[in-house]
Write a new protein. Structure first.
Length: 320
């Protein structure tokens, strides 16, 4: 027993030493960490250009000091790159960082996401074919997400879907009949649901709710589609759309406040002819920020209000 305890203490001491040796100042001289040189092309034998037009025109070499993941994230954002390759100071291996495709704002859209499944039911679960359904343990909720690829980078939006489930969701799965089955427990962290163990089934009744179906990025704003036709006057009213953008501190410490908040403004709302979508022209898009949507008094053609009035789009890239 004493030997096992000594081993644990040794491991903890090593972790403390490693943590103290990590870089504390992210703003230290980039010149010392990144030395870039441009070299002339290597001498090569003459090529027959009729066979192959490919040739080396420029060679770059980077002397990169090993860094920790939070420093690599900060550097990738500074450069505006869609990915970043670096030598991980902890594993001493080459890693690659990619921006998050969809950020779920903490507590407003989940707190402890546990599982996701795509809807491949062929319409048995409503109008959400190929969208992602995401379970959350702490808040006992199910959410939706959609993604798209822009300039080689994945990004997308998340949407509320269903709350009030019986316990902390640990797993979700679609059945052959098109049911969404959730299961979990309230053991462990505190959860909203009060049942100890439960399997629950979400089933589409055949009635399509009036809700936001999908948000996609455009070069001057966003395209928003709905599950049913909208009342034209409310769809074209720019006061029915409010936006807010923010990002996070990417750091080794747990959590982050929402920072660098801005307030983009919808200056034009152009409905589609069928009333199922609207093109929003937005002044003040911020690349790399999450964009919160708050939808106002939108109504369906039948006079129904939206089931959910919020959504959140992670704008990693603005389409060109």
């Amino acid at each position: 027993m004493r030997v096992a305890a000594d081993d644990v203490i040794d491991k903890i001491e090593r972790r403390v030493v490693e943590a103290r040796q990590r870089p504390r100042d992210r703003r230290r001289s980039e010149q010392a960490r990144y030395a870039e040189t441009t070299l002339p092309p290597e001498p090569t034998a003459e090529l027959d250009e009729s066979d192959d037009d490919s040739r080396v025109v420029k060679v770059k070499r980077f002397a990169i000091e090993p860094m920790f993941e939070e420093d690599a994230i900060a550097r990738m954002e500074e450069l505006g790159h869609s990915f970043f390759i670096f030598v991980n100071a902890e594993s001493e291996r080459i890693d690659a960082l990619l921006p998050y495709a969809v950020v779920f704002p903490y507590r407003r859209m989940g707190q402890s996401i546990t599982a996701f499944r795509p809807d491949r039911t062929g319409g048995k679960f409503g109008p959400f074919q190929d969208q992602l359904f995401v379970g959350d343990y702490s808040l006992s909720i199910v959410m939706r997400a959609t993604t798209e690829e822009v300039d080689g980078v994945w990004q997308g939006a998340c949407y509320p879907f269903r709350e009030g489930l019986g316990n902390g969701i640990l797993a979700i799965e679609f059945s052959d009949r098109g049911y969404l089955i959730t299961g979990g427990t309230n053991r462990g962290w505190p959860v909203r649901g009060n049942k100890s163990f439960v399997l629950e089934r979400l089933e589409w009744t055949g009635v399509t709710p009036f809700d936001v179906l999908e948000i996609r990025a455009a070069k001057d704003g966003f395209d928003v589609s709905f599950t049913a036709p909208c009342e034209p006057a409310t769809l074209a009213d720019v006061t029915n759309y409010r936006l807010r953008s923010f990002t996070h501190h990417y750091q080794k410490f747990y959590g982050s406040p929402e920072v660098d908040e801005t307030t983009p403004v919808v200056t034009e709302a152009a409905p589609s002819s069928d009333g199922r979508s609207v093109h929003l022209v937005v002044d003040g898009l911020v690349e790399g920020h999450v964009h919160d949507f708050i939808f106002g008094a939108l109504q369906s053609a039948d006079g129904e209000p939206l089931v959910h009035t919020t959504a959140h789009y992670t704008l990693n890239r603005i389409p060109k």
